[in-house]
Design a protein around this ligand. Sequence first.
Ligand SMILES: [Zn+2]
Length: 434
Amino acid sequence: MLSIKRVPTVLSNYQNEEENGGGCGRNCLGKCCLRGAKLPLYTFKKMNEKDLVHKDEDRQGFFLDTLLLGEWEDRMHRGLFRYDVTACETKVIPGEYGFIAQLNEGRHLKKRPTEFRVDRVLQPFDENKFNFTKVGQEEVLFRFEESEDAEACYFQNARMDSTNSPSVVAINVSPIEYAHVLLIPRILECLPQRIDRESFLLALYMAAEAGNPYFRLGYNSLGAFATINHLHFQAYYLAVPFPVEKAPTRKISSVKGLSENEVKIYELSNYPVRGLVFEGGNTLEDLADVVSNACICLQNNNIPYNVLISDSGKRIFIFPQCYAEKQALGEVKQELLDTQVNPAVWEISGHMVLKRKKDYEEASDDNAWRLLAEVSLSEERFQEVEAYIFEAVGAYEEVEDESNLKETEEEVDAGNEGPFNPVLHGNEECYVLQ
Ligand SMILES: [Zn+2]
């Protein structure tokens, strides 16, 4: 068995508490307290092809966006976070992609290292370990579910019925950016950390509903720095493009489906972590089908991976990785281990959360590349993994010649994305000092 010791990130204020057993009476998200409880409900409309095309013009702003930010700020004023993320220093590191460094000294204090098994991507749910049913209801912002009458709505005082296993959006009490939240699909089903089609589609719907290119969702598998084995995605706002969104890509394959607009697969071509990018399809379902199949393939082959959902759910990055495995085998250089940076989805995408002032002050493009290069699979291994994925999703190879390298910088620069107003309350300067 391979394992590493690390200080786990505290996602909920209830994570340190001892198990209380059933009927706890402290307003948790378990069956003991959830039945009949009032928990705000946001329902989203399942979008068809036409909606996807006309969505941006049809809607008067994006309500989910406003709601999410408002409720998150409310929890901040109620003092539910472990530290004030708006006081964390952040800077863009000069360089080709502009890696973002954040000094976050509050995130990992007061916790002893825990042993994590890193050689099993799929592990059964263990009800004796911390899971999100133990979280207090005050950490929940709202339920996030598909609408029954096909309209997006918000119900402040919706009561839970007895059959429902709600998908909930809760705060991450150790935020790394504004409105850092967790999306926990069908919480009462106690699903282990593994991607399935339905849950992945839910995450894409959340990205699409927010309709803000600064809002991304991320996923870490076990063995790739997830610390809680209870299915969850993370999400937050970052008011600049992630470096990986600016990296050039090369089209390598397509997946022909029933729809005329096929899902296209690209390879990152000049980025420290090798990865695949998925776009297209007529509907979010098309894209979710292909990407979740790719994730399931990685899971079944026991390959740890991270996923970034960007561009309001229209662009998905998958990074198979091997850092934790190397770390367990003693193959990572001490100077990198000393930084205690855990390269999960946000770090891999270029948002480096640093724990030591020294590392923050010395942050450079070179240092970011050096760390991330350790996360990446080798070229040879990556090609193997890519072949597994192509087989699993039914992709056919279609290599573009080098002259067609797609420079995506302009397309994905969130700042150039037409008429949307980033809803960022508070003091924006705190987040990114450019
Ligand atoms: Zn309870």
